[in-house]
Ligand binder design. Sequence first.
Ligand code: NAG
Ligand code: NAG
Ligand code: NAG
Ligand code: NAG
Ligand code: NAG
Ligand code: NAG
Ligand code: NAG
Ligand code: NAG
Ligand code: NAG
Length: 848
Amino acid sequence: MKVNATFCLLALAFLGEQTANALSSEMRDAIKMVVKYPPHIDVKPGSFIVELDGEPARFSIGKQYHLLFSGFSVNADENFDPALLASLPGVKRVWPVKLRTMPAEPSTANITYPNLGFTGKGVKIGIIDSGVDFNHPELGNCWKTPGCMWQYGADFVGDNYDSRDSHAIINPLPRPMDCMGHGTHVAGIIAAQGPKVTGVAPDATMGMYRVFSCPKNGHNPSSDDVILSAVEAAYKDGHDILSLSLGGGGWPEDPLAVACSNLVKKGVIVVAANGNEGTSGLFTAGSPALGRGVISVGSVDNWNNTGSAISITTKSSVKSIMSSTPGNEEIPFFFDKETQLVAVNDESDSDLGCTNTTQSLSGKIALIKRGVCTFDKKAANAQAAGAVGVIIYNNVEGMLSPSVTDPTINIPVVIIAEADGNEGTQRDIITVESTTGGQMSPFSSFGPSPELDIAPLVSGPGGNIYSTFPLKLGGYTSLSGTSMATPYITGTIALFKQAHPEYTVGQIRRALITSAKPRVSKATGYNIHPYKSGGGLVNIYDAITARAHFFPPVLSINDTTDGLPNGDTRNFMQLGMRWAQSSVTIKNLDANKSARIALTNAASESLSSWFANGTFSAVPRTAPESFDPVPNPSIFTQVFAPQLLGSNLLAPGEQRELEVFIVSPFGLKEEDRFFYGGYLNFTLTWDGEDDSPKTYTVPYAGFNGNYRKQDVLSDPKEELPILTDDEGNPVSELNNFGVSGSKPLIANFRLELPTRMISLTLLDPENKTLGFLPEGYGEYVPRNQQGPSSFISYSIINGTVFEDKEATQPVQVPPGNYRVRLQALRPFGDPGKQTDFQIWDSPIFSVS
Ligand SMILES: *[C@@H]1O[C@H](CO)[C@@H](O)[C@H](O)[C@H]1NC(C)=O
Ligand SMILES: *[C@@H]1O[C@H](CO)[C@@H](O)[C@H](O)[C@H]1NC(C)=O
Ligand SMILES: *[C@@H]1O[C@H](CO)[C@@H](O)[C@H](O)[C@H]1NC(C)=O
Ligand SMILES: *[C@@H]1O[C@H](CO)[C@@H](O)[C@H](O)[C@H]1NC(C)=O
Ligand SMILES: *[C@@H]1O[C@H](CO)[C@@H](O)[C@H](O)[C@H]1NC(C)=O
Ligand SMILES: *[C@@H]1O[C@H](CO)[C@@H](O)[C@H](O)[C@H]1NC(C)=O
Ligand SMILES: *[C@@H]1O[C@H](CO)[C@@H](O)[C@H](O)[C@H]1NC(C)=O
Ligand SMILES: *[C@@H]1O[C@H](CO)[C@@H](O)[C@H](O)[C@H]1NC(C)=O
Ligand SMILES: *[C@@H]1O[C@H](CO)[C@@H](O)[C@H](O)[C@H]1NC(C)=O
């Protein structure tokens, strides 16, 4: 009996396993094959990047990558079936070629440190960008001549590369001259040589790898296949640091992120912009910033804004406002007759001007709200509608200069502060003090990564940075973006590298993060969450002179646990607390003096993407201040390092691992889905130095609950998912859809967390799968954002389904009754496990 029963259980367990495996091998094959992005991610038609198993190896198809990424790119016509590539032996994945933009929105930060005398001399820095105006007097006025700052680099695109075109012409020029300005601005922040702009590391040896071509119609995205080649070329040139002010939709598995991770493994410091999508909320960090070991950079607003200005007479006073690049010398914001100002209304029924305007702007000045799309795009749309000038008003506090870089824009563009958006001429370069100096820039993207890693890791000045610009475009301008913060951090690392050439990439990253200064919200007085600012604003003086090292330098925590630690005698835990255990190793670098350690907790605001009623909030809800009326002190984290109660002394040169308990905010409910965070403040006092203790901070962040269980689809209160007609109207009569001539049915849904895999399949009433809906399969999918084109995802139900994920094998479904099944993988889920998916089944409808 007993034996039988055991056998029976074993058999059941085995069968269960079998079923799971059968499912998983089918799905695993799919994962192995061709990655498909959701439709709102821009890709280069007919181009793919093939990722191979194992260490980087040699292959000979298309563009080959064998240094940092194992694989090759393939260019074919748009009907090419990428599944053919997936069937090649040794192929790991086939990736669509993602398009990349430069996270620049539209002054040199005058941040002064005690001068240690480092200038970046002897340090080699590679930049992947739009090229550089190397004829600029402050950027060497030379190219690869002896003694020239520019010793490396090449053009990878030419002037006419349009990555959106599958037959794009790549016609590299002999030298990477910049035609749009971004790269020249970035280069100046690192290494401009004065007198007007002095870069952070003016004596560094530089390389420029041009991957962005000249803009057309407000666009000039580059693409991963080109960028990968440039990154490999930069690696061959042996740079110490590679700086990438570019990015987009973020997963650490992206080919570009993988190449950058491999670059880090090979000992190169990689610095990358975290992205400019902060106003879309959490999970907006991009790749390659999310590559493992890559230093992802957030942006802090400058204290002073410098730029070309114009004066505007308002009802009460005369105000100076920043003007854009074309709005300066060549195209003044000057109208000799009275010109009407009109607020635009665009096809998306908004005042953002991101789509064509619905009214004629002929002879008028367009007033457009900032946000959603680039200044270039807004200006191009207004110009197309006949506008003679554009005023963009800010949608947040503070001022910034609009970056209009598209040379086809020949009308002046200016920006005014939000306060003036509801209400003459003379030009000058002025510096005005910013009301937001030292604060995180609102545009700076939030982490975490889809796998809850903290991003950005550090922040640098990126809001309103005055730097060099191509001579043809005026020579100097102010721009804002994590694109500007990135070269700033690159420059500071060059100083570090000069000071400590023997330090490893990991050591430099640790010193940088743990000596950065957390940001405090001016509005609330609380620390800013590490998902917004990382370790905080870099302080390179403290990093170079650091006398203790901490690793890991950030604690990315997944879940919190209930109950008491096993067999625990520690008396700080109370029943009902959720907590996480971690550890930090501290090394006293001083060979002669012991140090006393004190730990304090600098808790930050907690963040949630959800309102209290469970619906989505793009601007993260913060605790404690959103808790009325009196903030409860228990809704902050608490930290404990029990070992310090035993001994807090670190002998000279000693390295010690400390167990750390982080108790999540007691007053925050699990269903509110808050991400808590803060900084472990380790204050070290060395022997005989009682008057000058040093504080190092280790940022930590995690989820207040069990993250794996979280839904990725929007709350049902938002009335999604839903079946609608093709105009978005909900349908109540679910009959007669999908034959030619009648209207298709649309399955609409919204992702509030990134998901590794999503599918929409058509099922018959017995729940047998007939195939994938058009656009019904996606992998490495970012969460839906606030933009008009990315707010919602959808799939068409029109009688055609596809047998395969690549949608090459269409099947016409016979008339009958059906339902749609939407499956989205939950965080950290296994694509082979059905139970790891969140599933929504539609009501039954009929296709006739
Ligand atoms: C900003 O500019 C003002 C006036 O030029 C100057 O006094 C101040 O030191 C500057 N602040 C910073 C942080 O550079
Ligand atoms: C930065 O400092 C330089 C030299 O002190 C000064 O000329 C320049 O105006 C300052 N720029 C800003 C933005 O404050
Ligand atoms: C928007 O306007 C441009 C230029 O007038 C035109 O080429 C384009 O087709 C328009 N787009 C739409 C969606 O109407
Ligand atoms: C978080 O979970 C993922 C997936 O299980 C795991 O790879 C990672 O190591 C975890 N991180 C921590 C800090 O526990
Ligand atoms: C620290 O100790 C080292 C080796 O014991 C010695 O060479 C050095 O002079 C000492 N430094 C100081 C500042 O005492
Ligand atoms: C933590 O350290 C930071 C940076 O040194 C400091 O500004 C802050 O006041 C400290 N907070 C606490 C609670 O110790
Ligand atoms: C949820 O709360 C937000 C913020 O208070 C509100 O805007 C929204 O309408 C609410 N949604 C529902 C479905 O109650
Ligand atoms: C099919 O799935 C639906 C919804 O998940 C369920 O209610 C129904 O019982 C299933 N039908 C069969 C025949 O399994
Ligand atoms: C349904 O839509 C897909 C995607 O647009 C298309 O490929 C297919 O031909 C359509 N089928 C019918 C019957 O209209």
